[in-house]
Design a protein around this ligand. Structure first.
Ligand SMILES: NC(=O)c1ccc[n+]([C@@H]2O[C@H](COP(=O)([O-])OP(=O)(O)OC[C@H]3O[C@@H](n4cnc5c(N)ncnc54)[C@H](OP(=O)(O)O)[C@@H]3O)[C@@H](O)[C@H]2O)c1
Length: 285
């Protein structure tokens, strides 16, 4: 029976977690990949990982998928508005299955931030705390890839537009956050823990300078108001709701909500987070 279970295992973070569990020497037979779409997990199955199908939206699928596992990573869902019910179903199933420790991917400062993504994470954390399960909350900061995925646009326009007001944002790669999740799953931590996870804290000026240095193409940061950014995003085709939402995420950076100097990430993974320069190089390759 597998010891470790990872939900969202066909997602970008989940795949890295499974990869890194294997890299740390956990036998494939000890890992259950909990997936919504088993066809997407053929490569994991080929490596000997046990594929178990479950859908957060169908609670009846969850207890069987978690049966016998002892350490569960619940990777937050990607459907805003549905996530508290989805995550609650997983927590309930984990209790039924006798899971000994649950780790959950939350957001930086989930209990205090005004970030529009935070209320569902905060509510999930409360459900977990009330469940009686031993838990590790991984309050993840922004993925570096949120920016490096935009390199083609940055290079094409010569501009990084934002509404962060020159504030810093703590970024780390998905691989760094996956390493933290692996440490939480495989560690011998007693009791409950909440980790504020973030790597390099950078301003968008620094982001632009690094992109310029690594690519050799001059890219400058253009700081807009949130309203200006939303309007610019609408002009390139985003609907008003999405544009406002994206601008609100930058506002959260502007007021210092997506930065941490806790050191929790480095401590958990036993190394510094991936430097931005390296992440930009990797994105170009
Ligand atoms: N910190 C950040 O900057 C940041 C940025 C974006 C997202 N996030 C959060 O971090 C999570 C993981 O990131 P990621 O990059 O790995 O996202 P991702 O690549 O979109 O993966 C999301 C995973 O969730 C699974 N999933 C979605 N709905 C499900 C359902 N109803 N039942 C079962 N599984 C379901 C997906 O399954 P399928 O493979 O079948 O689609 C996929 O495996 C996201 O879901 C989101 O909550 C954080």
């Amino acid at each position: 029976m597998p010891t470790y279970a990872v939900t969202g295992a066909t997602g970008r973070l989940g795949r890295l977690v499974i990869e890194q569990l294997l890299d740390t020497g956990v036998p494939a037979a000890e890992i259950a990949a909990i997936v919504r779409t088993p066809e997407k997990a053929a490569d994991l199955a080929a490596r000997g990982v046990e594929i178990r199908q479950a859908n957060y939206d169908d609670p009846s699928t969850l207890p069987g998928a978690l049966a016998g596992t002892r350490r569960l990573l619940l990777i937050s869902g990607d459907t805003p508005g549905q996530r508290v019910a989805q995550h609650t179903a997983v927590v309930d199933a984990a209790k039924l299955a006798g899971v000994e420790r649950l780790a959950y991917t939350s957001i930086l400062h989930a209990d205090t931030t005004t970030n529009p993504l935070a209320p569902e994470h905060k509510a999930t954390e409360e459900v977990i705390a009330a469940s009686g399960l031993a838990y590790t909350i991984l309050r993840n900061g922004w993925y570096t890839e949120n920016y490096t995925d935009q390199l083609p646009q940055y290079l094409q326009t010569g501009t990084i537009r934002g509404a962060t007001g020159g504030a810093r944002v703590s970024v780390a790669t998905r691989a760094d956050f996956a390493a933290a999740a692996v440490a939480a799953l495989t560690g011998e931590e007693d009791g409950n823990a909440v980790h504020e996870l973030g790597g390099t804290a950078l301003t968008f000026d620094e982001l632009a300078a690094t992109v310029t240095e690594v690519t050799g193409t001059t890219v400058v940061h253009q700081d807009l108001s949130a309203a200006e950014l939303a309007s610019a995003l609408e002009k390139v085709g985003l609907d008003a709701g999405t544009a406002g939402f994206v601008a609100a995420l930058d506002t959260s950076i502007a007021i210092g909500e997506l930065v941490t100097d806790s050191g929790d990430l480095e401590r958990l993974i036993g190394r510094p987070s991936t430097p931005l320069r390296d992440a930009v190089r990797a994105a170009l390759a």
